[in-house]
Design a protein around this ligand. Structure first.
Ligand code: PLP
Ligand code: COI
Length: 353
C-alpha cells in the first residue's frame, strides 16, 4: 500500500535549541505516521503533520489497556548520513507484543517503509553528537468506542519521534525487589505493553523513598532470581564473567542486550546467559567479586549501577576506569557501529535514504 503524504506547511524545528539539553521524549518532530485498522484490515497509511488525536472517552485503550509500543533510534554520522539500528528486530518484537495483547500485527514491509519515509522526511531533526539521536516511538492502541470488555475492533498504529540527548543517569543505586513484581509466568513481561510500565511506577517510587534510583526485578514466584533492571535488561560482572538472565516470558528480549552479548563474545569478554540468584550475588558481593553491574536498553545503552541493596544487605560497586569497564567498552563499541565510525560486520546499521 502506498503511503499518502501530507507535509507540514511550516517546520517547528526553529523552536528547538539544539545546542541545549534535549530531554528524553519531550520534543516531537514535524511529522507522524498513522494507519487505522477497521473492518478487519489496515486502511490507508499516512504521514501527516504531528498533531493531536481526537479520541472518544469510551475508546477501549482507556479502559482495558490494549496499548503496545517500541523504542528505537536514528543516528547522524559525521557526513550527515542517517542510520537506523536493527530496525527489523523492533518490528518483529512489536508484532510479538501485538499477538500477546490480542491486537492485529502491523505488516512488516509497511512498518519498515514507514520508518524510512518518516525519518527521511524529518532528517533535519536527527541531532548530531555522541549519544544524541532521534528517538522513534512506534505504538498501537485499541480505539473502538465501546465499553464491553472484549478486544477492540479498531486500532491506531502510529510512529512519532524526536531528538534526544544521551541519557546518563549517573551512578544508579538499585534495590532488589523482594515483594513487588514487574511480570509473572504466563503474563505479559516479554511484551512491550503499556501496563508493564504503569505497574512499575509505584514500587519504583517506594524504592526512591528509600534512597534507590531503580529496582532490580526478580522472578515473581520466588523473588530469588535477578531479571531486569528498571526498564532495562540487567547485566552483572562477577569475577571476569559478564552475566545476564535468560529471556523468558517474564523478560523483554532487549535488542541492546542481544547486541552486547554478541559484541562481548567478539571482544573476548566471557559471557554467561543463565539464572542469576540473589544468594550468589550477595555471596559474590561479600567476597568482592561483584566487579560491575549495569542496565542496558535503547534509551541509555548502558547505565552503570554503583550499588545493589537487598533487605539489610548492600553491595557497593566502585566505578572502574573506562578501559577496565566492560559496560563502557561495550557502549563505545555500540556507538561506533550506530554512528558509522566503524565497519558493521553484523549488518545492524541501516541507512535511511
Ligand atoms: N527491558 C524493558 C522492560 C524495557 O522496557 C526495555 C527497553 O526497551 C529493555 C529491557 C531494553 O530493550 P531494548 O534494548 O530493545 O531497548
Ligand atoms: C529503553 O529504551 O531502554 C527503555 O527502557 C524505553 C523506556 C523509555 C520505556
Amino acid at each position: 500500500m502506498k503511503i499518502e503524504i501530507e507535509k507540514c506547511s511550516t517546520s517547528r524545528i526553529g523552536e528547538i535549541d539544539f545546542s541545549s539539553n534535549l530531554p528524553f521524549g519531550k520534543y516531537m518532530s514535524d511529522h507522524m505516521f498513522i494507519c487505522k485498522w477497521e473492518n478487519g484490515q489496515w486502511g490507508t497509511p499516512r504521514i501527516t503533520p504531528y498533531k493531536n488525536l481526537s479520541i472518544a472517552p469510551s475508546s477501549k485503550v482507556f479502559h482495558y489497556g490494549q496499548a503496545i509500543f517500541e523504542g528505537m533510534k536514528a543516528f547522524r554520522d559525521k557526513n550527515d548520513n542517517i542510520f537506523l539500528f536493527r530496525p527489523k528486530d523492533n518490528i518483529e518484537r512489536f508484532n510479538k507484543s501485538a499477538i500477546r495483547m490480542n491486537m492485529p500485527e502491523f505488516p512488516e514491509d509497511l512498518f519498515y517503509e514507514a520508518l524510512h519515509t518518516l525519518v527521511g522526511m524529518d532528517k533535519d531533526w536527527v541531532p548530531s553528537g555522541e549519544g544524541r539521536s532521534y528517538y522513534i516511538r512506534p505504538f498501537m492502541i485499541g480505539c473502538e468506542e465501546a465499553l464491553n470488555a472484549v478486544p477492540s475492533a479498531e486500532y491506531l498504529f502510529m510512529i512519532i519521534g524526536g531528538p534526544v540527548d544521551a541519557i546518563f543517569k549517573g551512578d544508579v543505586k538499585v534495590k532488589i525487589a523482594d515483594h513487588f513484581s514487574r511480570a509473572a509466568n504466563g503474563g505479559t513481561g516479554f511484551a512491550k505493553c503499556a501496563g508493564n510500565y504503569g505497574g512499575q511506577f509505584y514500587p519504583s517510587s517506594l524504592a526512591k523513598e528509600e534512597g534507590y534510583q531503580s529496582v532490580i526485578w526478580t522472578d515473581d514466584a520466588t523473588h530469588t532470581l535477578l531479571e531486569e533492571a528498571g526498564q532495562m535488561n540487567f547485566m552483572i560482572r562477577i569475577g571476569d564473567t559478564l552475566r545476564t538472565a535468560p529471556v523468558s516470558e517474564r523478560l523483554l528480549d532487549g535488542i541492546t542486550r542481544r547486541s552486547i552479548l554478541r559484541l562481548a563474545e567478539d571482544m573476548g569478554i566471557k559471557t554467561e546467559v543463565g539464572p542469576i540468584s540473589v544468594a550468589e550475588v550477595l555471596e559474590a558481593g561479600k567476597k568482592g567479586q561483584v566487579i560491575e553491574a549495569f542496565g542496558c536498553g535503547t534509551a541509555a545503552v548502558v547505565s552503570p549501577i554503583c550499588g545493589i541493596g537487598y533487605k539489610d544487605d548492600y553491595i557497593d560497586i566502585p566505578a572502574l576506569s573506562a578501559e577496565e569497564s566492560f559496560g563502557e567498552r561495550l557502549r563505545q563499541r555500540i556507538f561506533d557501529i550506530q554512528y558509522n565510525r566503524t565497519e558493521d560486520p553484523y549488518g545492524w546499521r541501516v541507512e535511511v535514504e
